[in-house]
Design a protein around this ligand. Sequence first.
Ligand SMILES: C[S@@+](CC[C@H](N)C(=O)[O-])C[C@H]1O[C@@H](n2cnc3c(N)ncnc32)[C@H](O)[C@@H]1O
Length: 361
Amino acid sequence: MYEPEVGFFASGRGAGRAGRDFVTSPEVGSLFGACVARALDRSWRELGEPDPFVVVEAGAGNGRLARDVLRAHPACERALHYVLVEVSAALRDEQRERLELEPPDEALGPFTAGHDDEAPLPVSGSGPVVVALEELPALELIGVVLANELLDNLPFGIAQSSDAGWLEVRVAAAPAGGGFEEVLVPAEPNDAGALDAVTQGLTVEAGSRLPIPRGIDAWFATCARMVRHGTVIAVDYVDDAARILERGDASAWLRTYRAHARGGPALDAPGTQDITSDVVREQLLHAARHSGFTIAADESQSDWLQGLGIEELVEAGRQQWESRAHIGDLEALEGRSRVAEANALTDPAGLGAHRVVTLVK
Ligand SMILES: C[S@@+](CC[C@H](N)C(=O)[O-])C[C@H]1O[C@@H](n2cnc3c(N)ncnc32)[C@H](O)[C@@H]1O
């Protein structure tokens, strides 16, 4: 998420976002979705224009990104089978308001009977088909897995270095007064080995903390089973282990959010605030490689968007505004807001500093 300080959102909150202090790239406006549509087309072409072309958006939130991708009419749309995966039932309800969703078993359909005993075959040219699920589908797919700000939401442990090796920070009921307190136990040997590998050659002061990426490891393993041939595009807060260690204890990379604002200490009011962690680049790349993916690119969001032609889209928006300003409809206004959106999406002190890691298999 982006904590706006200057520019487009400096006054807080552009139109329609009153009261929201933290925005993700899709919430900035439709430009991000238009860029993602180009990224999907690029992968589709690299994969030889498969049909069906399955795009799984993991942690799809309220469906805003999916809607903007479809509105951009990517070249792959007739082949496109878009699967939104979102764990929150309330957000899945919001997706239904934004998108025309098909029953989940249509993800690769509609189907036609195969010859004799063959499995039914998907009908080509039937896209876009959009379905919503609670968890990653048990499919083998050719396509793309897309995750914007999912990885920092996945479960993680906390490790602390000590003169005697890595410890894990666990939580126990406090003996007096209710609430919780931290308890340090020796880290599992596998975790300690992985932490040693990540910090090899770095100075690790006793008491330094790092995340243990349990959810990320499990997520990539599931993705690897799902993607027969394709691309994973993960966009997130990512930083090097060295820089995360420099920041001292966990308070700088472990953040809590409540009602779209920073929350309190992580052990306060359990269940009422989101707890997120910066992703350690070395841990992410290790999990990806270990699951069988090859790193195709690891770049800032700003560079990624430039490579996808964000400037061209801004220019097209300017022309759209000029030709429709007298009508003043939604299309005209969308065109006009593209300059400000591009500034927010590429801001090196904000969303532009997110990392986009592209993996292939
Ligand atoms: C920071 S939000 C980002 C939402 C959206 N991608 C965006 O960019 O606006 C992270 C989302 O991931 C969802 N999420 C967390 N863990 C998940 C999981 N294991 N599977 C699917 N969704 C998950 C959360 O409910 C939340 O909607």
